[in-house]
Design a protein around this ligand. Structure first.
Ligand code: ADP
Ligand code: ZN
Length: 610
């Protein structure tokens, strides 16, 4: 049986999607899947995962079933496909019986290339038997990290996906995710029962995102400064509670910012309208819980702020990844406070399963390390996602304000020998008491005011000690034992420092203060658009709005921001030139060429007259 249509993937890409080239890895994945083999694809948000199964779906003779956990996401994807003239539909609990029947009819007639389903739907009564009769050629599992109980988005119904391979042994499975550490990654392949799956890991580097961490004090004024330097542009502020999003949105509104809030507690209708208003740029700042953002195709988000510390680097990276998807410079800021760490710990302590709890703690620890880092933050992120970091990035706060070091060997020796003398039975803050010679209740109770190092660091401030101790942990001289009351343990390396066999370079506390100071003053990088095309872009967006209203679909179904930006820069006046615009395939050229070309021509005529 001939499974593959004769069209090459690149032709399909150009014809259906109007894109001129594959992004890194896309073609490799597509060829692998078309050869009938299983794949696990890791790409950052916005990396272009969808095409990795959509192109095979078009090439294969039969149906591709896409499992997707979020109803909003499915709908967007299907609308975008239909906007390119591709036969796609979705089935989930939000449909009426009649709608479902209509789609079933299309499926029986073999009229659909792609079917999106929720896992609940997939495993509802008789659904799989029914699918088996339809000639499924490929399964795609989107947001595949949801299958891992150790991931931060575990969905119990995803576990059932492990049975698919048994039911459909001949059908290849492609699993896709933006958020996977090594443990989650091997869970995906294992839990889905994939056979000899190949892993495709694309670069997670997003050099256009600047990275910065600010102390958690006075967040509102810091945010107002960020908003002010991005006038008219859109941004997302992630908060860790529903109430937090509401309060912050209200405060921003009082300060004249067009802000709104988004969380799972609002009605579906409200969430839909907030999201639409944000996508259309009517709302500038959205204060949201992590419920917001999955699958939202908005390229021109210029800043993402974390009001609170996220629990994992995966979550953090996925959220900042929503900034600057158009490739233009965008700013990300994380506020860091110990109160947030405690808040996260409070929730983690309530987790029953000790193994899961341990993993959450380890992940939070990595998040903290990132926030406290004195080395290039991008290097930390990249090595977390198993990429070897290159040179310091030059676009994070640490690179911009590099730390000043001093020989901290003696300082380290004081702290490390205090840990040894107190038999590794104390945590950070009590250790600071011991070093500073503070007679706190715990110090007295344990008799630590008797040890030789008591008060040995009295001339150093508690702020500085905290900073030094964090660095000793980061250098691997001390370890925090989370299973044992967060007590500090000295490592082999640490012992070598005590014996005088190793020296330690530490960052001065002034470095940290200077960095805070500078972050108050940074200017937004100018968006790289010539003024003329910015004017034209406005007109093109207007036409897009008009068309979207006519067809009753969201604007991105007509063209993405990236396409319109490319169009504004190319200013096409012939059909041939129009076809060169990124995102203009056969279908959209047929539907829209005349109207968009008319706008460009009118604009140019005006320019000539002026
Ligand atoms: P992900 O699912 O990885 O977050 P998407 O598949 O939604 O990312 O792709 C992000 C954006 O990039 C979409 O607007 C998509 O159309 C666009 N895109 C993907 N691949 C290409 C390509 N080869 N050329 C141009 N644009 C692309
Ligand atoms: Zn850097």
């Amino acid at each position: 049986m001939e499974l593959v249509s004769t069209a090459a993937p690149l032709d399909l890409l150009e014809r259906h999607f109007g894109y001129k080239a594959f992004r890194p890895l896309q073609q490799d994945v597509i060829e692998h899947v078309l050869a009938g083999r299983d794949a696990v694809v890791l790409m950052p948000t916005g990396g272009g995962k969808s095409l990795c199964y959509q192109i095979p779906a078009l090439a294969l003779d039969g149906l591709t079933v896409v499992v997707s956990p979020l109803i909003a996401l499915m709908k967007d994807q299907v609308q975008a496909l239909q906007g390119n003239g591709i036969a796609a539909a979705y089935l989930n609990s939000a449909l009426t019986f009649e709608e479902e029947q209509a789609i079933a009819g299309q499926l029986h007639a073999g009229a659909l290339k792609l079917l999106y389903v929720s896992p609940e739907k997939l495993f509802s009564a008789n659904f799989l038997e029914w699918l088996a009769g339809l000639g499924v050629r490929l399964f795609a599992v989107d947001e595949a990290h949801c299958i891992s109980s150790w991931g931060h988005h575990f969905r119990p119904e995803y576990k059932l996906l492990g049975t698919l391979k048994g039911r459909f042994p001949q059908v290849p499975v492609i699993a896709l995710t933006a958020t996977a550490d090594r443990a989650v990654r091997s869970d995906i392949a294992h839990d889905l029962g994939l056979r000899d799956a190949r892993f495709f890991v694309s670069s997670f580097d997003r050099p256009n995102l600047s990275l910065a961490v600010l102390p958690g004090q006075d967040r509102l004024s810091a945010i107002l400064r960020i908003v002010a330097r991005h006038t008219g542009a859109c941004g997302i502020i992630y908060c860790n509670s529903k109430a937090g999003t509401e309060k912050l949105a209200a405060k921003l509104q009082q300060n004249g910012v067009r802000a709104d809030f988004y969380h799972a507690g609002r009605s579906a209708e409200e969430r839909g309208s907030v999201q639409d208003a944000f996508i259309q740029g009517k709302i500038h700042v959205i204060c949201a819980t992590i419920a917001f953002g999955m699958g939202i195709d908005k390229g021109d988000v210029r800043f993402v702020v974390h009001y609170n510390l996220p629990g994992t680097l995966e979550g953090y990276y996925q959220e900042i990844g929503r900034a600057g998807r158009d490739g233009a410079p965008a700013e990300t800021i994380l506020f860091y406070s110990y109160a947030d760490v405690q808040g996260q710990m409070y929730h983690i302590e309530k987790v029953d399963d000790p193994r899961y709890r341990g993993i959450l703690i380890a992940k939070l620890d990595r998040m903290k390390e990132y926030a406290e880092a004195q080395v290039c933050r991008r290097s930390i992120l990249l090595s977390y996602f198993s990429e070897s970091p290159g040179e310091p990035c030059g676009n994070c706060d640490v690179c911009k304000d590099p730390p000043k070091y001093f020989d901290g060997t003696r300082v380290a020796q004081k702290a490390l020998s205090a840990v040894v003398r107190c038999r590794e039975q104390l945590g950070l803050s009590v250790l600071i008491d011991v070093l500073k010679g503070t007679h706190s209740p715990e110090v007295q109770e344990k008799g630590w005011d008797q040890v030789r190092t008591f008060g040995a660091g009295g001339d150093t401030s508690a702020f500085a000690w905290m900073l030094f101790l964090q660095q000793l942990v980061q250098h691997g001289l001390l370890e925090i034992d989370y299973r044992e009351h967060n007590h500090l343990k000295i490592t082999e390396r640490g012992k070598a420092v005590v014996r005088g066999e190793r020296t330690v370079q530490l960052v001065t506390p002034e470095t940290v203060k200077e960095r805070q100071e500078r972050s108050r003053k940074v200017k937004a990088a100018p968006v790289d658009l010539r003024p003329v095309s910015a004017d034209l872009l406005g007109r093109l967006k207007e036409l897009r709005r008009t068309i979207a209203a006519e067809i009753g679909k969201p604007a991105f179904v007509v063209f993405s921001d990236a396409s319109l930006t490319d169009m504004a820069q190319r200013a096409p006046v012939t059909l041939h030139e129009f076809r060169l615009v990124n995102g203009v395939g056969d279908h959209k050229a047929r539907l829209y060429a005349d109207r968009f070309l008319a706008v460009v021509r009118a604009f140019q005529a005006e320019q000539e007259r002026a």
